[in-house]
Write a protein that binds this ligand. Sequence first.
Ligand SMILES: NC(=O)c1ccc[n+]([C@@H]2O[C@H](COP(=O)([O-])OP(=O)(O)OC[C@H]3O[C@@H](n4cnc5c(N)ncnc54)[C@H](O)[C@@H]3O)[C@@H](O)[C@H]2O)c1
Length: 275
Amino acid sequence: MKNLLSYEGKRCFIVGCFSGMGEATARVVQSLGGTVIAADIKRPTTFDFEAFHQVDLRDTGAVDEMLAGFTAQGAIDRLFYCAGLPGTMDKVDVMTVNWVHLRHTVETLAPHMAKGGAIATISSAGGLGYLGSMDTLRPLMATAGPAEAIAWIEEHKDEPWMDGYASSKMCSIFYTVNRGPVLTQETGIRLNCISPGPTDTPMMSAFVEQTSAKFMDSYPKPIGRNSTPEEQAWPLVFLNSDAASYISGENLYTDGGAANGLITGSVSIDMSGLV
Ligand SMILES: NC(=O)c1ccc[n+]([C@@H]2O[C@H](COP(=O)([O-])OP(=O)(O)OC[C@H]3O[C@@H](n4cnc5c(N)ncnc54)[C@H](O)[C@@H]3O)[C@@H](O)[C@H]2O)c1
């Protein structure tokens, strides 16, 4: 039987792969036979790549320069957008890296990807609130491109829901489940995301700083521990593999069951841990 998880012959563009889940994704893709084209603000050192694009994803001009290299038809087979900033940073920057340029990268590259291609991005279980915020998010989703989106964010940045991090993750989940089905119809390219729970990557210290160690410890973990970066990389790699050829517009909670427990009320968060 054909191994549908194989990445033999697949050129994979991984945005945000210096550390954490993106770095783990690059290693997994390579172990499955794929070729990695890397992009990050920092040059990766732990895996081989065909090419490296040094890019600051806060800067639309730099992102456009990077994307211009991939607009030949069939230039890449798979796109992984794994970059992200934590909520301890400037909130417009966080929204820009975590969602505005995620969308821009997806929309720019999807029409040029090889037939049968797929895109997987990283959101967060912290974006769960999108379920009750769709009407708030729709005007931002309707913005035409990065400049319009960033202007909208600047204008609305003092609204209580716009914290930077959770707001960016609500956007990326809503974008995936709302736009994914249409993008697939238009381009034939599948679009999915994962929503991880607490994962031991360099970003964890920022989450502790933003909330508290007690809050992060008491965040629901049905499996009883934080995830490893590899436990997030494999679901991403699955979603972008031929084994997932009938999956699109999906947000997969990779959080040991916490989000669905919160949605259905079988688990709760201990808010007393918040500082
Ligand atoms: N760690 C967690 O608990 C957790 C939980 C849910 C979701 N996430 C999300 O997972 C994704 C990956 O984060 P991670 O946990 O692996 O952390 P990480 O900090 O190790 O990875 C983030 C990557 O993005 C790159 N990056 C950051 N700013 C950039 C910029 N301006 N330009 C270019 N590259 C930039 C970093 O260099 C790094 O390679 C993020 O979107 C994060 O929000 C993390």
